[in-house]
Design a protein around this ligand. Structure first.
Ligand code: ATP
Ligand code: MG
Length: 373
């Protein structure tokens, strides 16, 4: 097991910075997910921890040992990649045991360790097969087995499930979580899939454009996103925003948007008073927090037109425009019973308890408070 500490890690190329002064402290035994869109620097970060890439600045520590100049094979770190690279001419047993044979481990011990890893990953019955005789999911389990046998301090996963179909990915996700529990090791896992991040992680590091946006447990990331960027990236679909300018109306703070003027409910109004008058701001609400009108209690009533209807089984996504075709569009996640027609008028309730307020810089200034007990 190992704790991992990144201090001011930087990776710059001649004309481009892939990772910018990244600080990250990962606890011994923790499951941390690096989450972010394509190109945000996830793989680069993982490669620097593995030693496959050298930082251009900052320090990396595994436990208390500084490792940024230590070669990969002396870090006791195992990495599982997105593309499953098994040796096609070797059996599953030989593939899993390969790193141990490279270390010149005695054959009997290799055998014991391979058997144990195979049982853990449920590929015991396939040990004599060649990779081409396995399904994608089985191959990925063998690749993970090859990491497990080494008994590393730290496991690094780079989108290991992305080449699998949706059903298999869900199954493997559960298995990875169980594997983490049974190994009691530190896992750092890269993905751009927010569902994977939410379900797997003890803590999620949300990255964008080489920067760390937020590092917190999934519940905090979902309920108390640091910024609009995080709020938008997390959730299925992401948070909705009404963007506009803060201006008092009849003495009460209101948000003036392209689709109408929204008087702020008391809690938001209090937060808005701390922002400069006339400044840009946004009200946020999650699709699943919206409901068909009427509104009971504090909140906002949103009037608009149905722009699109997407049934997804237990729910339906209803896209609503508030100021004509090109106006701001919000997406509500509503129960499936009621039928909505594209083009028809719609009124939605936005309860105050679920509203967020973001300032001109996109930072959360209100919303996601701990529920009062
Ligand atoms: N050798 C290089 N020279 C210049 N830029 C590079 C080099 N290698 C990577 N980059 C850039 O660094 C950025 C981060 O790349 P990285 O592979 O870490 O992204 P990622 O978050 O893993 O994305 P993905 O989800 O697509 O795998 C990208 O914009 C990439 O184009
Ligand atoms: Mg990558």
């Amino acid at each position: 097991m190992a704790s991992v500490s990144l201090q001011g890690i930087e990776k710059s190329y001649t004309r481009f910075t892939a990772v910018r002064s990244l600080d990250l402290d990962i606890r011994d035994g923790e499951f941390v997910v690096l989450l972010g869109p394509s190109g945000c620097g996830k793989t680069t970060t993982l490669n620097m921890i593995a030693g496959l890439d050298t930082p251009t600045g900052g320090q990396i520590r595994l436990d208390d040992r500084r490792v940024d100049q230590v070669p990969p094979h002396r870090r006791n770190v195992a990495m599982v990649f997105q593309s499953i690279a098994l040796y096609p001419h070797m059996t599953v047993r030989e593939n899993i045991g390969f790193p141990l044979r490279m270390q010149k481990m005695p054959a009997a011990e290799v055998r014991t360790r391979v058997d144990r890893a195979a049982a853990l990953l449920r590929v015991e019955s396939m040990l004599d097969r060649k990779p081409y005789q396995l399904s994608g999911g089985q191959r990925q389990r063998v690749a993970i087995g090859r990491a497990v046998v080494r008994n590393p301090d730290l496991f690094l996963f780079d989108e290991p499930l992305s080449s699998l179909d949706a059903k298999l990915r869900t199954d493997m996700r559960v298995e990875l979580k169980r594997l983490h529990r049974s190994l009691n090791a530190t896992f750092i896992y890269v993905t751009h899939d927010q569902v994977e991040a939410m379900t797997l992680a003890d803590r999620i590091a949300v990255m964008s454009g080489g920067n760390l946006l937020q590092f917190a447990d999934p519940d905090t990331i979902y309920r108390r996103p640091a910024s609009m960027e995080v709020a938008d990236f997390i959730g299925n679909p992401g948070m909705n925003f009404l963007r506009g300018t803060l201006q008092a109306r009849d003495g009460a703070p209101a948000l003036h948007t392209a689709g109408g003027i929204y008087e702020l409910p008391p809690a938001l109004a209090a937060a808005a008073r701390a922002l400069p008058a006339g400044s840009q701001a946004a009200i946020g609400i999650r699709p699943e927090a919206m409901a068909p009108a009427p509104l009971s209690g504090d909140g906002l009533l949103l009037q608009g037109q149905v722009w699109a209807v997407e049934p997804v089984g237990p729910d339906q996504f209803i896209d609503v425009v508030t100021a004509g075709e090109d106006g701001p569009r919000l997406r509500a996640r509503l129960p499936p019973e009621r039928r909505y027609e594209v083009g028809a008028p719609i009124a939605l309730a936005l309860p105050a308890a679920h509203l967020y307020l973001f300032d001109a810089a996109g930072l959360r200034v209100h919303g996601g408070q701990e529920p009062r007990t």
